[in-house]
Design a protein around this ligand. Sequence first.
Ligand code: XUL
Length: 524
Amino acid sequence: MSVYLGFDASTQSLTATLIHSDTRSLIAEHSLNYAAEFPEYGTDHGVLRGPEPAVVTAPPLMWIEALDRMMAKLTAEHPDAMSRLAAISGSAQQHGSVYLNDRWPSDLAAARADQPLAGQLPNVFARPLAPIWMDSSTTAECQEIEAAVGGADILARHTGSRAFERFTGPQIRAFARRDTGGYAATTRIHLVSSFHASLLAGADAAIDVGDGSGMNLMELATRSWWPVALDATAPDLARRLPAVQPSWTVAGSLSPYWRQRYNLPAARIVVWSGDNPCSLIGTGLVREGQLGISLGTSDTVCGMMRTLRIHEAGIGYVSASPTGDYMGTTVFKNGSLARERIRDSYGMNWASFSVALRSTPPGNGGAMLLPWFDPEITPHVIKPGAHRIALEADDAAGHVRAIIEAQMMAMANHTHWMGGDTSTIYAMGGASGNRDVLQVMADVFGAEVIRSRTGNAAALGAALRAWHADRAASSSPMEWTEVVAGFTDSDPAWRVKPRAEAVAVYVELRRKYADAERQALEKL
Ligand code: XUL
């Protein structure tokens, strides 16, 4: 009986999903919330914001502690399953980068099993904090990189996207410029994903092509680092980056630290990937054209593509997918934190939030909100601010409907470029557990919305990737459709159909919303 473990190191929490491959069943799913479990790091929802609001980081030491605590929990609660672990992989928030110095390889390899790992790695960082995907402070670097490679369209054609503030290349350039000493001391730059995989393997793990696509550094056609982009980004970058490898690469086996500390077998460590590529697998979207919407810290719309389709003007981005194909992704930064902001500012909980949604009509009587509380990725908004249109400040229920309608309309309006079949939408992520939210999604898209049974698609996707890679490494490869079968079936109780009258309202309202967006952007 083989057991596979998938992690999801997301912005706000670390989740672990354990599966049995033989019985195609879920053994367990556990989550640790960073802010609640590790208050000593002082994060707010897992992130740190400095005096400059555009700068957003997270402490990598906290991630190490979380990995240790999760392993302790899993082995205490599921000793039998953990003793049969065949392979482990993971998913992580994309784009974030970890800067390590020359002590990293030796201190990691020498870690002793009788002491926690974080306490043994305080000196391996060339930069104590990791910039993450929510950072929007690198507009100048984006422009410089685009200019140096010959233009935004050329960068998009080669790497899958124009330069985005949160992408790793612009972030590396900003660090190399703002802290030349820190950059000089950096001998290795990992993504959040490859950093976690390295911790498990006890040595540098490769960056997978899926997460590597979110850096503005990898050439999609060859799936290797693009020297022109490396040169445009920072001096002597090639030697600081790990290799980039297919998503089913085995990076090594579980290091002695974990084996001895938790009495675990030498499970294969499969390279980690980004949360969006992993969610695609965990929702079973392995066929061309199926569109998935994840309602998480960020809201994202993803779909698998067999052939490359680039959005050169740069609304969304294209990456290599874990299946070996391509995937399109469009990201909306004001996701769950914006929903929570409305919930909290009107003293609601999720139950009263739902009541408010049900008590307001589709179209909200013409009241609208452009919910750019944080700088927005889609559309590109650097100067944050929410814009209310015919919406009274004290109208609590109106705000609830306005935020959900705005998020759904923005997603529907900005994702045409991905092509794809919008007659059925696969919903995932925390807020997909709210049927009233899914009803708005169904009505705005005019599509049936299906929710998969799994709570955490990214962690499940990581566990399934571990299984797929383990079989490939054992010379008995499986087709992706076979890997996901049974695990990613939709829940018949969670199929939400569009209502014709509401669909008609949104056909009109989506145009008005697009106009309102355009006007607001012109004034910024
Ligand atoms: C993707 C993106 C976010 C993060 C965090 O481009 O920035 O979805 O991966 O979830």
